[in-house]
Design a protein around this ligand. Structure first.
Ligand code: GTP
Ligand code: MG
Length: 428
């Protein structure tokens, strides 16, 4: 197992569910779904094994999906109040460590019985060992109560459990601000989005000490729909495809790059992703950055070629692919020129990397990416695929202040806090 995919709350769980639509994900990752409403877990389609479910109970903290009476114990949710779920897991912090222990403590096979006292000494010592957890993704909605409130405790416990060895990437759904887009006569809806902004600020501030990087999934990108909820599934699928592309690399296609020594494509692995997602500050260690994610693809073989195999592959306009991936970024209203660094992963069939008239212009993509990086830092990787598809997945990483949407959220959070303080004092 190389990755841990944790989905906290409804939005977090739904994106992990989309990710496990790809069956190969089971080969490289272990899913954990945590929710305060058992009903949400029953709506999950691709992770039906209850061993991967955990509920939050006010009296016990995290409880396993196999617990008797799970459905009755895990009800209600936290109604968009992350402070409440935060308090529950703060009080039952040990239950998170117990969850990791239950899943990852390896039982060493006991040595064969022997009368030799030396042998028995060995048997009593260290019969249990922890599994390695090098990387984890933590998916959560930043506007709600559950994911947003428990996220920092989960991340902290995972760091503690692995003696700080694990690297954690938080994938957070940023709540949309809809008052200027969808004309609504419903004043409550505006109030709700101010509250969600406060939640998001609360969640990010607490998470940033325990994660190595953020990928932001901004719901503002789908906020133009009057029924935004109807877009969740396809938006989640899009994000899941981006993440799957980044983490699956060569494992997915089982292509041995050794078969194509002449190609020698630059490889990126999860460590490059981590470098691309964080900033070094002299003397201050590493600080998590905030990244936007996006992907574009183009089929290499059209319908006619499928029907009459002429072995003629389309030439791919790589610059257009790069521009399209840049347009399909997950954060609304960003200026790519202001990103600190970025990463691009190209996936292509091997014959698109060989010298020929259809060879893809990887240099052109690199130039586009470097041009859009203040630090001139682009991590470029190429991986091979058996599919008739060329795809480009990109990450653009910013410092927090460089993202207008995060500034807007902070501003709304502050005014919500002031407003509610006033309300409190008037009531008092
Ligand atoms: N992109 C996307 N956003 C979602 C989805 N489900 C909910 N959201 C957004 O996530 C925020 C609410 O977070 P949830 O994940 O529903 O909340 P929760 O963590 O379950 O917490 P509770 O308030 O206790 O229910 C809102 O901003 C929603 O717009 C989803 O499937 N996809
Ligand atoms: Mg919920």
């Amino acid at each position: 197992m190389s990755y841990l995919m944790i989905g906290a709350g409804q939005a977090g769980g739904a994106i992990v569910d989309s990710l496990f639509k790809y069956k190969y994900m089971n080969l490289i990752a272990d899913p954990i779904l945590i929710n305060s409403t058992a009903k949400d877990l029953h709506n999950i389609k691709n992770i039906s094994n209850r061993n991967n479910w955990y509920g939050i109970s006010e009296t016990h903290g995290l409880i396993s999906g196999r617990t008797q009476g799970f459905e009755e114990k895990v009800v209600g949710g936290f109604g968009k109040n992350p402070v409440r779920s935060n308090d529950v897991l703060e009080m039952h912090y040990q239950s998170i460590l117990d969850m990791f222990d239950e899943r990852f403590k390896l039982k060493k096979p006991k040595p064969k019985k022997s009368n030799d006292p030396e042998y028995q000494n060995i048997e009593n010592k260290e019969t249990e060992k922890k599994a390695d957890i090098p990387f984890a993704f933590l998916f959560l909605g930043l506007g709600g109560g559950t994911g947003c409130g428990i996220g920092s405790h989960i991340a902290r416990a995972l760091k503690e459990y692995t003696d700080n060895k694990v690297s954690i990437i938080a994938v957070g759904v940023l709540p949309a601000v809809r008052r200027n887009i969808v004309k609504s006569t419903n004043h409550n809806e505006d109030e709700a989005s101010d509250r969600q902004a406060w939640n998001a600020n609360y969640g990010i501030m607490r998470l940033k000490d325990f994660v190595d990087g953020f990928i932001i999934v901004d719901n503002q990108r789908i906020a133009f729909e009057s029924n935004m909820e109807s877009m969740y599934l396809s938006y989640n699928d899009y994000i899941a495809t981006c993440i799957a592309d980044l983490v699956s690399g060569l494992i997915l296609e089982r292509i041995d790059p050794g078969q194509y020594p002449e190609l020698n494509p630059p490889v990126i692995d999860i460590n490059d992703i981590l470098t691309a997602l964080s900033f070094d500050h002299k003397g201050r260690g590493r600080e998590p950055g905030f990244a936007s994610i996006g992907r574009a693809s183009s089929i290499t073989c059209d319908l006619l070629n499928y029907m009459i195999p002429l072995n003629k592959n389309k030439k791919i306009d790589t610059l257009m692919l790069a521009r399209l991936a840049a347009k399909k970024q997950s954060i609304s209203n960003i200026n790519l020129n202001e990103c600190g660094k970025n990463l691009a992963l190209i996936r292509a069939p091997p014959h698109y990397l060989k010298k020929s008239d259809i060879r893809i212009n990887t240099r052109g993509i690199e130039e586009f990416m470097v041009k859009n990086s203040r630090l001139n830092e682009c991590h470029l990787g190429v991986s091979l695929t058996k599919r008739n598809l060329v795809s480009l997945t990109t990450l653009f990483t910013f410092e927090k202040e460089q993202i207008p949407r995060l500034n807007e959220i902070i501003h709304l959070a502050q005014s919500y806090e002031e407003k509610s303080k006033n309300l409190a004092s008037i009531e008092a």
